[in-house]
Design a protein. Structure first.
Length: 129
């Protein structure tokens, strides 16, 4: 959810300079004339800058939750949008020891075998004429 100017600021934290146009070219579709792959150097510097952006430095540490909350506040809220619920795991409450009588009562009929993966024909990136 980062904008181009935020990505530039993150890259500047590690003294790596890129223009908005170069960043835009990275996010284009592969068949576009100006498409540019994100190289290892760009990704490495972005990730190092992101660590500094979220955590701060040893001399000036930050709380990542506060930084993320600030960014969420900057994102415009769409009307009629449902708020995302936080994931909370349900606590385990079944601590009974398994006995032979419990296992027999819990036995269920095996489910019919379902084909999970569909048969897919790959064209290896070739467009159909």
């Amino acid at each position: 959810m980062l904008r181009d100017d935020q990505i530039i600021e993150i890259l500047e934290l590690v003294d790596f300079r890129m223009s908005k146009g170069e960043i835009g070219n990275i996010f284009r579709s592969q068949d576009h004339a100006d498409f540019m792959e994100c190289g290892d150097q760009v990704l490495r510097n972005f990730l190092n800058g992101l660590v500094i952006h979220l955590r701060g430095t040893k001399e000036n540490p930050k709380n990542p939750n506060e930084v993320l909350a600030k960014h969420r506040a900057e994102i415009p809220v769409k009307e009629n949008a449902k708020p995302r619920a936080e994931f909370k795991a349900a606590p385990k409450t079944d601590f009974k020891k398994k006995t032979a009588s419990n296992q027999k009562s819990r036995e269920k009929k095996p489910a019919p075998k379902v084909q999970v993966v569909e048969k897919v024909k790959f064209n290896n990136g070739k467009k159909k004429p």
